[in-house]
Write a protein that binds this ligand. Structure first.
Ligand SMILES: NC(=O)c1ccc[n+]([C@@H]2O[C@H](COP(=O)([O-])OP(=O)(O)OC[C@H]3O[C@@H](n4cnc5c(N)ncnc54)[C@H](O)[C@@H]3O)[C@@H](O)[C@H]2O)c1
Length: 276
């Protein structure tokens, strides 16, 4: 197989949850720019509309649908509609996620890292915990289950989960529900990969480090935060959504056919340890 075919997703039918912004939008672009037909599922209708129009004006095959990953019947319907619209379902990115508010330390990095009582365990409400788990863990489970209904009978498919370096590294500026949910999706990826391997369905996860997106109200867009984080990252720069496209293409294409149950961190070296 030629190298161009090895990395081809030409003609694929793809679904991306949380695809209207940030990393999900980058996955959608990476697929559509390489010849796939893509459905963006998201709760944010106006943003779906805006991004679908923008990508269509570039001649890409993209459609959108409003769906909340915590509304499982609606999610199933949206995935069924994408399958019907594209005539096939080859790749599903289980990506939608939210932040969990502050952790027990106020700042991401720096010499000033005061304790933040709002993020302390004893003040962590059930409501906050349940919302993060519903979307970031149960929402991933529901997306994998929904895609499997279609992929298992066809005996092929790629399931790609967005976890986080927070799945294996405690980050005190992030609320603990986020880290628990991400650790959960990482292990879920492994177990579902084992179950579905016999059906020619691979399941892998991408663990991003610090990426500039709209998560948490766009706190990562603050130049002072970016500068402080970049200072301690071994590569001395934060990640941008374009940085994730190559890995997405690898995991979606024939190039990764024999790879399953794995998590790949993409973090500018963050998890190797901070440097000054
Ligand atoms: N940005 C980072 O540094 C970073 C790091 C590690 C992991 N992640 C993970 O990447 C994924 C994407 O986040 P992002 O940083 O691109 O954020 P983002 O806010 O830019 O994009 C997330 C998208 O998901 C959508 N969404 C939220 N809740 C939803 C729901 N219930 N149903 C459907 N769609 C929903 C939002 O409307 C938004 O369009 C998340 O799972 C996040 O935890 C992000």
């Amino acid at each position: 197989m030629k190298i161009s075919q090895l990395f081809s997703v030409e003609g694929y039918g793809v679904v991306v949850t949380g695809g209207a912004s940030g990393l999900g939008l980058a996955y959608a672009e990476a697929m559509a720019e390489n010849g796939a037909a893509v459905t963006i599922l998201d709760i944010d209708g106006p943003r779906i509309e805006q991004e679908v129009q923008r990508l269509k004006s570039r001649g890409l095959q993209v459609r959108g649908d409003v769906a909340d990953v915590s509304d499982h019947p609606a999610l199933d319907r949206a995935i069924d509609n994408a399958y019907k619209a594209h005539g096939r379902l080859d790749v599903v990115f289980a990506n939608a996620g939210i932040d969990s508010g502050p952790g027990f330390i106020g700042n991401w990095v720096g010499t000033e890292r005061p304790r933040n009582p709002q993020g302390a365990l004893e003040n962590y409400t059930d409501e906050r915990w349940n919302r993060v788990i519903d979307i970031n863990l149960t929402g991933i489970f529901a997306t994998l289950r929904s895609a499997t209904r279609i992929m298992k009978p066809q005996r092929s498919g790629r399931l790609i989960v967005t976890s986080s370096v927070a799945s294996f590294q405690c980050e005190p500026a992030i609320g603990s529900a986020y880290m628990a949910a991400k650790a959960g999706v990482t292990h879920l990826t492994r177990c579902v990969a084992q179950e579905l391997a016999a059906y020619n369905i691979t399941v892998n996860s991408i663990a991003p480090g610090f990426f500039v997106t709209n998560i948490g109200g766009g706190h990562a867009k603050n130049p002072a935060t970016q500068e402080a984080v970049a200072k301690v990252l071994p590569m001395h720069r934060v990640g941008f959504p374009d940085d994730i496209k190559g890995l997405a293409l690898f995991l979606a294409s024939p190039a990764s056919a024999y790879l399953t149950g794995q998590q790949i961190a993409i973090d500018g070296g963050w998890t190797l340890g901070a440097v000054d």
